[in-house]
Design a protein around this ligand. Sequence first.
Ligand SMILES: Cc1ncc(COP(=O)(O)O)c(C=O)c1O
Length: 391
Amino acid sequence: MIRYDFDRVIDRKGTNSVKYDLAGRLFGKEDVLPMWVADMDFPVAGFILDAIGERLKHPILGYTFRSDRFAGSVASWLDRRHGWRVETDTIGFSPGIVPALNMCVMEFTDPGDRVVVQPPVYFPFFSAVSNHGRELVYNQLVKRDGRYEMDFDHLEGLFKEGVKLFFLCNPHNPVGRAWSLEELQQLAGLCVKYDVLVLSDEIHSDLLLFGNRHIPFASLGKDIADLTLTCVAPSKTFNLAGLYTSVMITTNPVIRKRYEKILDAVHVGGDNILGQVALEAAYTDGDEWLDQLLVYLEKNYRALCSVLNEQVPDLFISPLEATYLAWLDFSFLELDDEGLRNFIIHRAGLGLNDGPMFGPGGSQHQRLNLATPTKILMEGAGRLATAVREA
Ligand SMILES: Cc1ncc(COP(=O)(O)O)c(C=O)c1O
């Protein structure tokens, strides 16, 4: 067995890295420790880099199409990792998941139609709706005993008033929930009853921690599969976000045809040569690497909690069931959002994601990316603890 090294600290500055090279501009302070945007500070696995290197031995990078290996490797991965069997002809492409969100709004809704999102949630969910003149409707998550849940009563009220599309974040960024079978079944029941189309963003579905299991929304039954477009990708799992290669799964042939139509219409259905090669390598050979990554992420989350629970006991850290993003509740500091942002940047010297950008429910929170060598994570936790102590 190969032992992968997630402890190695790699200098990412000077690589046009959004996380590192834009931090000064975004936070107004050059030396913040960047723990924000959701990519990892770990090297891409050697077998993926080798596959890319192999392709680069051919000196021409012209237009290409996706081979059968693309869908085959996705299908095999979904079956191996999640027990979800999908036919290869249901597996399509998207140059990233945010483009897919936007395309689905353009294709499946009309101006003025209502689209439901569940904040606090990944913020491009909002712009994907409002960018196109559709109405953004919130079904805010509720926090019960420190755990976020969906508000089904409120959601049904919204569905009764008429909703075209629902954006599900499964698992949910930033609150770290891996939705349970019961929750997803209840949601599916409502979507079927009110005939609401669902875009299930499952980009974090390989990053399930502490014994939690991912349940693909469309795996719950034919009725709900017929109403669902599922997005998955190797981009978070294998740290390949810069290759813009994602997957759209549609088991309903009518929906698939319409999705392919919009993909063609905006002319983004073409292939990224290196993205294709990387995806195939990741989904074919990636199990061992991912299993070790998950152990490392669990270790990091535990280490973060251990330091912060001891040194900043009033800080509430949401239980992390999935993703590598910790959701921190700073309400004990009794600062307004501007004050909290300044505190994090200027007193703690950290570059985190501001809670309010995730919409209602995000106030007084910050999101911290823990997919970094433990040494860096501990540096970040230490900076935070010192800042709170000196506040
Ligand atoms: C829930 C969710 N969806 C989508 C994305 C980004 O997808 P892409 O880079 O493929 O557009 C992210 C990135 O953090 C995410 O957390």
